[in-house]
Design a protein around this ligand. Structure first.
Ligand code: PMP
Length: 438
């Protein structure tokens, strides 16, 4: 057993001062049997070190943003230079234009963008803009997709809340909940019925085009085409939440990902971004066609603002991160390592008779303790949470840090190596063996 006495002491202290001891509920170990989460003190590349000086291979990647590994020199330099020049001006900068152009080049449906500070803000504002543009109120979303913690999208939300067993948050009025319709992902009939039932009231259909919040789940062939054409026929906008997916699978987003066909037919009206595009500093962005984005203040009636929005540190970090991702073969290499990992993990699970379904999309994958495929949230819920918790703890004790939830993905970074993969596979094999021995 790895000793984590300092983490345990810090957790006790944190509980006195920080609600639940954590600044985001997904960091708590509640879903994996409770107890002290690991307190990290430093990170570099694909590794981090805790307060007891244990080293872990990191597959959290901070829930997505750290795709280049920790403290990447190019990003660190950009952030240091930005800090030395003053971290916040409250004025416009040339840097903002540079990152906006990079986003537009990579994601063609973006004609105009606006920077905000988090994925939550980005999503929240796309909904406001869609309502302003259509003059309608309701949104349709998909069970298990997570879109941040603003009121509207916390109705029947995904990974964090479902892990904790609170499908709806307290403090959200029934009026707000009544503006949201939730249907199953990958089910066009359910969407059709919802659109027929609430036709002229539906401002937007909001979706993670490739799901990252109940594992990694691809839309079935034709699903996004169907979703977009039905929404449009109803006069509703399509909003893609690409907070996880943008720059995750290739230099671009799900809208142009080679694993999805017919790109013309799956372009959204509005896109929400975050995570990777900030290189690890707080950021979000949203954008869409000129016509729709002109709803936003100061041009239009939909208000959205931010003291920290577009701050030079986050923007510089984002530019540097995207520059690293423009490097030759970076996505291919993450995929190569992910294939090695998933092949090895699956064969160890099979060897010890542990039921396991793995969904992998390039350098990201999810491990579901079950024998069935995972194409929607109900299937992801119907998996063995205790087996996941046991696997999580065995892996942690062997120096591999996964996200403490059966719904979260493993993320490869450009910093992971074959050596990390070898060590992880050894840990996984040991873990499955220990699990099979009860
Ligand atoms: N949308 C998606 C798809 C997400 O996965 C998340 C965060 N996990 C968010 C929005 C919210 O982003 P943030 O935590 O930066 O507010």
């Amino acid at each position: 057993m790895m000793k984590r006495e300092n983490s345990e002491a810090l957790y006790k202290e944190a509980l006195e001062h920080i609600v639940g001891g954590v600044n985001s509920p997904s960091r708590s170990f509640k879903a994996v049997g409770g107890g002290a989460p690991v307190f990290m003190k430093r990170a570099r590349g694909a590794h981090f070190w805790d307060e007891d000086d244990n080293r872990y291979i990191d597959y959290l990647a901070a829930y997505g943003p750290i795709i280049t590994g920790h403290a990447h020199p190019h990003i660190t330099k950009a952030i240091s230079e930005a800090a030395a020049n003053g971290v916040l001006y409250g004025t416009s900068t040339a840097l903002e234009i540079k990152l906006a152009k990079m986003l537009k080049e990579a994601i063609p449906s973006l004609d105009k963008v606006r920077f905000v500070n988090s994925g939550t803000e980005a999503v929240m504002t796309t909904i406001r803009v869609a309502r302003a543009y259509t003059g309608r109120n309701k949104i349709i979303k998909f069970a298990g997709c997570y879109h941040g913690h603003s009121d509207l999208v916390l109705v029947a939300a995904g990974s964090g809340p479902s892990t904790l067993g609170i499908p709806d948050s307290a403090g959200i009025t029934t009026n707000i909940a009544s503006e949201v319709i939730t249907v199953p992902f990958n089910d066009l009939d359910a969407l059709r019925q919802a659109l027929e039932r609430w036709s002229d009231d539906v401002a937007a259909v909001m979706v993670e085009p490739i799901v990252g919040n109940f594992g990694m789940v691809m839309p079935q062939p034709g699903y996004l085409e169907g979703l977009c054409s039905m929404a449009r026929a109803n006069g509703s906008l399509v909003i893609y939440d690409e907070v996880i997916t943008a720059f995750r699978f290739h230099y671009g987003s799900a809208q142009t990902y080679a694993g999805l066909d017919n790109h013309d037919a799956i372009q959204p009206d509005l896109t929400a971004l975050g995570k990777i595009m900030g290189g690890g500093l707080p950021i979000g962005a949203y954008g869409g066609s000129k016509q729709i984005m002109e709803q936003v203040a100061p041009l239009g009636p939909a208000y959205q603002a931010g003291t920290m929005a577009g701050n030079p540190a986050s923007i510089s970090s984002g530019i540097a991160c995207l520059e690293v991702l423009q490097g030759e073969g970076v996505y291919e290499e993450m995929e190569r390592l992910a294939v090695r990992l998933t092949d090895g993990i699956q064969s160890s699970a099979d060897r010890y008779g542990v039921p396991l379904t793995i969904n992998r999309i390039r350098g990201a994958f999810s491990t579901h303790f079950c024998n069935h495929p995972i194409t929607n949230y109900a299937q992801a819920q119907d998996t063995d949470g205790e087996a996941f918790a046991s696997f999580f703890r065995h892996m942690l004790d062997r120096g591999v840090h996964l996200a403490p939830s059966k719904y979260e993905a493993w993320f490869l970074t450009t910093a992971h190596t074959d050596e990390d993969v070898d060590a992880t596979l050894e840990a996984a094999d040991d873990s499955f063996r220990a699990m099979s021995q009860g």
